[in-house]
Design a protein around this ligand. Structure first.
Ligand code: AMP
Ligand code: TRP
Length: 344
C-alpha cells in the first residue's frame, strides 16, 4: 500500500470533567507526540450530542476541554487544536462512510451496547452511528496514528475496516485520479503504556469514567491537593501487601490499577515501581502515590482554572485551530467527492 506521511489525530468528548484516566490514556500522550509529529487534537462536540445534552453546558465543556488540552501541555501553535463541528467536512465525510460501513459491523460495537443500555430502541441514531463519525474524524485528515485509551480499540478497528473498504470499492477511481492504490491510510492506534485503562478507585474491575455517580471513583483534573489525597487514601485495596513482581498483581485489580497509575505518572515500568514498594503496606504506597499525583496535577489544575477564567483566549485558540484544520480537510474532502462521483 502507498506510504502516507505520519500524522497524529485524536479526539476527546466535551462531556463533563476530565479525569486521571483521560490524562494518562490520552492527554499526557498527546503532549508526548507533539515533540515528534504533526498533530491534530479535536474537541468532539458532535459526539457529545449522541447522549441527551444541555446546550449551555456543551458550550462550557467544549471550552473547558480545550483549556485542559493546553493546561496539560498541548501547544496550540505547534498543533491544530479545534472543535469538530467548526469543520463541516467531519459530518459530510461521515455520511459518505455511512454508505460504506455495513450494518453488521456497527451491530458488533460494544460501546453502543453499554451506552444504549436495556432500551436499545430508544437510543439515538447518532449514538449508533458514533463510530462512523469517529472514522470520519481520523480519515478526513488521512491521519496515520491515533493515541487513545484501551476503550477505543474496537472503534479504531472499525476505522481501518472503513478505510480498507473505501479503498477497495473505489480502487479504479482512486488510481485514475493519481492516488495510487489507496486514498486512505489504515490508521494505527497508539494504545501503550501502564495506564491505558485506568480503573475506578472504588472498583478495580470498572473503568474510571466521567459518568460514574460516585465522586470517589475518579480523580478529576480540577481536584485540589486535599481532595486528591483523600480519594487515594480511600481507594479500595485488598488485604495483602504489595507484591515485588508484576506477576503478583494478577487477580488483584485494585493493586494493579494503583501501581499502573503510579508507573504512568512517574514514567516508569510497573516492575520498577514494585521493586521499590513491593513487600510494603498499601498505606505507605498510597502516601507516595498521593504525593506524586498531587505534584503532577497541581500545576495542571492551576492552569485549567486560569484558562477557564479567560474564555476569549480559549475561543481564539479554537478559531485559529478550525482555520488550520479546514485547510487540510477541504482538499481531502474534494478528492473524496471526485473519487465517489459527486459533482462539486
Ligand atoms: P472520552 O472522555 O470518552 O472522550 O475519552 C477521551 C480519551 O480518554 C480517549 O482516548 C479514551 O480512550 C481515554 N480514556 C477515557 N477513560 C479512560 C480510562 N479510564 N483509562 C484510560 N484512558 C481513558
Ligand atoms: N470516541 C472517542 C472517545 O470517546 C473520542 C473520539 C471521537 C476520538 N473521534 C475521535 C478519538 C477520533 C480519537 C480519534 O474517547
Amino acid at each position: 500500500m502507498a506510504k502516507f506521511p505520519e500524522l497524529v489525530f485524536s479526539g476527546v468528548q466535551p462531556t463533563g470533567n476530565l479525569h486521571l484516566g483521560n490524562y494518562l490514556g490520552a492527554l499526557k500522550r498527546f503532549v508526548e507526540m507533539q515533540a515528534t509529529h504533526s498533530c491534530l487534537y479535536c474537541v468532539v462536540d458532535l459526539h457529545a450530542m449522541t447522549m441527551p445534552h444541555d446546550p449551555e453546558t456543551l458550550r462550557r465543556t467544549t471550552r473547558e476541554v480545550t483549556a485542559a488540552f493546553v493546561a496539560c501541555g498541548v501547544d496550540p501553535k505547534k498543533n491544530v487544536v479545534f472543535n469538530q463541528s467548526r469543520v463541516g467536512e467531519h459530518a459530510e465525510l461521515a455520511w459518505i462512510f455511512d454508505c460504506v460501513a455495513r450494518l453488521g459491523w456497527l451491530n458488533r460495537m460494544t460501546q453502543f451496547k453499554e451506552k444504549a443500555g436495556k432500551d436499545r430502541e430508544a437510543a439515538s441514531i447518532g449514538l449508533y452511528n458514533y463510530p462512523v463519525l469517529m472514522a470520519a474524524d481520523i480519515l478526513l485528515y488521512r491521519a496515520t496514528h491515533v493515541p487513545v485509551g484501551e476503550d477505543q480499540r474496537q472503534h479504531l478497528e472499525l476505522t481501518r475496516d472503513i478505510a480498507q473498504k473505501f479503498n477497495n470499492d473505489f480502487a479504479a477511481s482512486i488510481a485514475e485520479r493519481g492516488w495510487g492504490d489507496a486514498f486512505f491510510p489504515l490508521p494505527e492506534g497508539l494504545i501503550q503504556g501502564p495506564a491505558m485503562r485506568v480503573m475506578s478507585l472504588r472498583d478495580g474491575t470498572k473503568k474510571m469514567s466521567k459518568s460514574d455517580p460516585s465522586e470517589y471513583s475518579l480523580i478529576a483534573l480540577t481536584d485540589d491537593a486535599d481532595t486528591i489525597a483523600q480519594k487515594i487514601r480511600k481507594a479500595k485495596t485488598d488485604a495483602e501487601p504489595l507484591p515485588s513482581e508484576v506477576e503478583g498483581l494478577t487477580s488483584r485489580p485494585e493493586a494493579e490499577n494503583l501501581v499502573g497509575i503510579y508507573a504512568a505518572l512517574a514514567d516508569e515500568a510497573k516492575a520498577d515501581v514494585l521493586r521499590r514498594f513491593g513487600g510494603g503496606q498499601f498505606s505507605q504506597f498510597k502516601n507516595a502515590l498521593a504525593e506524586l499525583t498531587v505534584a503532577k496535577l497541581t500545576p495542571i489544575r492551576a492552569e485549567i482554572l486560569r484558562l477557564n477564567a479567560d474564555p476569549g483566549f480559549v475561543d481564539s485558540i479554537l478559531a485559529d485551530g478550525a482555520r488550520k484544520a479546514q485547510a487540510i480537510a477541504k482538499p481531502n474532502m474534494d478528492a473524496v467527492k471526485d473519487i465517489v462521483g459527486l459533482i462539486r
